[in-house]
Design a protein around this ligand. Structure first.
Ligand code: F6R
Length: 241
């Protein structure tokens, strides 16, 4: 596990964008796994900027998003579909047919999840998976206690996650109670992983995940077992490392 501590958020975002850019330049048809949330927003802004300057070409890139809320229509302002188009896809030359998100509106979520696993395999697997981490150590929406061999599935969100994500909704009751998420095994099958952790609020969980025991109670601790993980933290998040 390679741990990089950035001086500030500007450097944090640049390091992350360099890793993604290198991946795409080395393999123009890369398969990227993408996260939503606050942490990767700066990364996505820089990637869009690099595309605008002619430094990056996404025409052959494929993406698979980690997760999606269950029951939110695609055009809901808090759907991850909406987030991805708003913050990245509408600003780069990725082809719609190369964008993959779990369909949270599907009538049979279990089939949606099983099909997603097959689609990732058919694409040749994920080359670089971008991850954030929840305050409870979740990756994707794999909450504490999720078995390490889990695959893409329908998940019940924990109270902690509902509370954390309620900042994006008018009230906590509007936060969906379920989500579809890649499993921990699905994430671990990516050839390389970049975990982004920023802010003092993540300092304790960062130390547990990166330096603590590998346990299902801290889902991100499983990443210690992956051979190619780069973790980027800002100074605040690295306080207890
Ligand atoms: C998002 C995702 C989540 C977030 C995590 C951190 O697709 O899978 O695991 O990465 O909840 O979210 P932020 O960055 O908003 O703190």
């Amino acid at each position: 596990m390679k741990i990089i501590i950035a001086e500030n958020m500007e450097e944090f975002n640049e390091i992350a964008a360099d890793i993604v850019s290198r991946q795409i330049r080395n393999k123009p048809d890369s398969v990227l796994g993408l996260a939503t949330g606050s942490t990767p927003l700066g990364l996505y802004a820089l990637l869009a900027d690099k595309y605008k300057k002619g430094e990056l070409d996404f025409s052959r890139v494929k993406t698979f998003n980690l997760d999606e809320y269950r029951g939110l229509p695609k055009d809901h302002p808090q759907s991850y579909y909406h987030y991805m188009y708003e913050n990245l896809f509408s600003k780069i030359n990725i082809k719609d047919e190369n964008v993959n998100l779990l369909n949270g509106e599907g009538l049979d979520p279990y089939k949606v999840c099983a099909d997603y696993e097959e689609k990732i395999k058919a694409a040749g697997g994920i080359d670089l998976q971008v991850l954030g981490i929840g305050h409870n150590g979740h990756i994707g929406f794999n909450e504490p206690g999720t078995p390490f061999d889990s695959v893409t599935d329908l998940i019940d969100l924990s109270e902690r996650t509902i509370e954390a994500n309620s900042r994006f909704f008018e009230s906590p009751d509007q936060v969906p109670r379920q989500a579809l998420s890649m499993g921990i095994k699905t994430i671990m099958q990516a050839r390389s992983i970049m975990l982004l952790i920023s802010g003092s609020g993540k300092a304790r969980i960062a130390a547990k995940a990166l330096k603590g025991p590998i346990t299902q109670n801290v889902p991100a601790s499983v990443l210690q077992l992956h051979p190619f993980v780069t973790v980027i933290l800002d100074k605040e998040a690295a306080e207890y490392l």
